[in-house]
Design a protein around this ligand. Structure first.
Ligand code: ZN
Ligand code: ZN
Length: 133
């Protein structure tokens, strides 16, 4: 990956940089992620909040109570609606599809596989969990 990683929302008014090395990439198959993404799963890249820098645009936020009982702040572009990241006490879960260069993304973990669409294949050897473990 080239540093810093950059990305933004679909319309481009909100731009960010990640100045540091992100953590792991998780595919989440839960019902919330399917609803939020309008797709089959969510892609979450662990990012240290100190490494995330919004460099242009404005964001809006709302709070969401997770099934786990934890609250997360959902950050999105008010113009195009792209979800950018979720923030909680654990840090930032960046919606990795908003990165400019997604070619190097390789999920290391799949969660909520009991909600997985049957046509989504998980490669052999990649760790997975039935729920949020
Ligand atoms: Zn936008
Ligand atoms: Zn999820």
């Amino acid at each position: 990956m080239t540093q810093p990683l950059s990305g933004g929302c679909q319309c481009g008014q909100l731009r960010y940089e990640i100045r540091g090395t992100p953590g792991g990439l998780t595919v989440c198959h839960c019902a919330d992620c399917q609803k939020q993404s309008g797709s089959a799963f969510g892609l979450s890249l662990d990012v240290d909040p100190d490494d995330f820098h919004q460099v242009s645009g404005t964001a809006r936020t709302f709070e969401w109570l997770c099934d786990s009982g934890r609250t997360k702040v959902c950050v999105f572009c008010p113009d195009c609606g792209s979800r950018i990241y979720h923030k909680g006490e654990w840090g930032i879960s960046l919606k990795a599809g908003t990165l400019d260069d997604t070619s190097t993304l390789e999920p290391g973990h799949h969660v909520w596989t009991k909600r997985r669409q049957p046509w989504v294949a998980i490669p052999d050897g990649v760790s997975q969990c039935e729920d949020d473990g």
